[in-house]
Design a binder for this molecule. Sequence first.
Ligand SMILES: Cc1cc2nc3c(=O)[nH]c(=O)nc-3n(C[C@H](O)[C@H](O)[C@H](O)COP(=O)(O)O)c2cc1C
Length: 241
Amino acid sequence: MSSNNLETMRLNAAAVDMAITSRRATRAFTQAPVSRQTITDLLQVASRAPSGSNTQPWKVYVLTGASRAALVDKVCAAHDAIRANPAEAIEYHEEYDYYPEKWISPYIDRRRENGWGLYGLLGIGKADRDKMHYQLQRNFKFFDAPVGLMFTVDRGMGRGSLLDYGTFLQSVMVAARGHGLHTCPQQAWNTFNKIILPHIGAGADEMLVCGMALGYADEGALVNSFCTPRVPVAEFTHWLD
Ligand SMILES: Cc1cc2nc3c(=O)[nH]c(=O)nc-3n(C[C@H](O)[C@H](O)[C@H](O)COP(=O)(O)O)c2cc1C
């Protein structure tokens, strides 16, 4: 199919829109396996993502079976150890600042709305430290998804490569929808890069960008009914005629 065939593209518009708008951060998965062929297919599609000068800075590690289970065990143990002795947190830090050091409005407000909205749905109150720990730890189990993805970038690359990475990650998530799969992108793993990078066999020149859970959504799970709002187009768009 020629990408210039306008009629074909118009016919596909609804499917493209659906793939994008049906994506949501999924936080409960079924145990249904995802075949290596399917994972390869969606990575193949995602590899068409644009990147500055076609540098394609992404490196993907696919964890299933024993390698996934072993990483989950190691990171959950470290996470529990920090809970038991908060001083241990000094051992772990993310390599790049995902979030700002000093939060400003309106982003902090959206963040709070998102966090408390999710916790509220799950019945987690501000003082429920155990429940919060448990919910955060769901990240380190890939929310039970059978496939865990880890994404790294060469440390020698510039900040623009993280921009390139965004196009790639979204492409993976949208392509997953085309196979009936769901995802959750996860920066939560970044704190534990010291455990993750050697586990996946990444080179010394690689930095962890984030992780991602991939699988079939558990549609009955309460957490997956969480629906996030968006700022209207008119609010974030400036028309300069
Ligand atoms: C790069 C990136 C990292 C994220 N990290 C996490 C994470 O560690 N844990 C989590 O539960 N959600 C994570 N999210 C999901 C966001 O919270 C979610 O995308 C946002 O609230 C909007 O909701 P939606 O994806 O369902 O539309 C991440 C999203 C992105 C894009």
